[in-house]
Design a binder for this molecule. Structure first.
Ligand code: SF4
Ligand code: SF4
Length: 321
């Protein structure tokens, strides 16, 4: 086994997959994709050896969670948005179905499984191609599970409901901000629940008693390497949430935001992989290396504040114009 494959085994990637599946299994009683036997297997001690065996067999890494930002626009302006959406300097056009298909086809040719593909925004319903993208993922066997998030400010269109009714592996994630009275007239969590229930569409409600602060990312890399590695290991994204955005694979949503506010910053090749510039084989190798790095260079600018973490922020507090 070459040194990168050996580093991959030592990295946390396989453990992240196990974590993702355990988390997803909480919701799968309402989803239709897995049999009871498969569920039991994934909870068992045999799942990890199975993941190792599959990596040795295919030589390809798997992806725990792949976030696909399909729009950077949102109908709300949450001060502590986990993806920094209100703070983007400029908005690129929404991701088109054609670009999405091209990107996902390329990635799937070079990896084994994507365990959870998550469409995120901004507000995902602002992208009219969302139903086509879900439908395409439904037909790709290498994609195990699909989620998309909504803040319920937009009524679900018929085309989306029809796609969700047919899907066996999509779960709608409703971000419930109803405890914030200032959003009263804008969001409709009850309406969404009623519509999804009537159509027998699986969903789960994501609600929190409070929000926590997000790592601040700024161009200052004064911390020693061991400190950056330590913060990366404690980071909420640690080997779990990668971003695929317009043909580029980035370590996390914060790195994507950093690229937006610092367009002149030159990312290291392995933390911003141009997937179309590589052959299938080279992309597989790059993915293995990507998951084996002790940290990403961009993490040097990211102050996750592990010592001063604030967990008590108001939910969906809006920025006033
Ligand atoms: S609803 Fe709020 S938290 Fe969600 S993407 Fe929009 S601004 Fe961010
Ligand atoms: S830049 Fe690094 S430390 Fe910061 S959120 Fe992303 S992966 Fe985590």
């Amino acid at each position: 086994m070459d040194k990168f494959k050996s580093a991959y085994f030592k990295s946390n990637n396989l453990d992240s997959i196990r974590w993702v599946m355990a988390d997803n299994l909480k919701y799968w009683p309402v989803s239709k994709q897995l049999t009871e036997h498969q569920r039991l297997f994934m909870k068992s001690k045999w799942f990890m050896p199975y993941l190792k065996f599959m990596f040795k067999l295919t030589g390809k890494p798997s992806i725990p969670i792949l976030d696909i930002p399909i729009t950077t626009r949102c109908t709300l302006k949450c001060r502590n948005c986990s993806h920094n959406m209100p703070y983007y300097k400029s908005h690129a056009p929404n991701l088109t179905f054609e670009q999405f298909k091209k990107d996902i086809d390329k990635l799937l040719a070079s990896c084994d499984i994507i365990y959870n593909l998550s469409f995120i925004g901004g507000e995902t319903l602002l992208n009219k191609d969302l139903p086509s993208m879900i439908d395409y993922c439904e037909r790709r066997k290498q994609i195990f599970h699909i989620t998309f998030s909504t803040n319920t400010t937009i009524t679900p269109p018929h085309e989306l409901l029809d796609t969700l009714k047919k899907s066996k592996k999509t779960i709608t994630r409703i971000s419930d901000y109803s405890c914030n009275s200032e959003l009263g007239g804008k969001i409709d969590v009850a309406g969404w629940k009623k519509t999804l229930d009537e159509n027998h569409i699986p969903y789960f409600i994501s609600e929190a008693e409070a929000w926590h602060c997000m790592p601040e990312i700024r161009r200052d890399d004064a911390r020693p390497r061991h400190r950056v590695e330590e913060e990366f290991r404690k980071c909420y994204c640690f080997r779990k949430i990668q971003n695929l955005y317009n043909g580029r694979l980035l370590p996390c949503p914060n790195a994507k935001y950093f690229a937006n506010i610092h367009p002149d910053y030159k990312f290291a090749e392995l933390e911003n992989i141009d997937i179309h510039a590589k052959s299938k084989k080279d992309l597989t190798k790059a993915l293995i290396e990507f998951y084996s790095l002790p940290y990403y260079r961009v993490c040097s600018f990211c102050h996750s504040g592990i010592d001063t973490w604030s967990n008590n922020l108001p939910i969906a507090e809006q920025i006033k114009d």
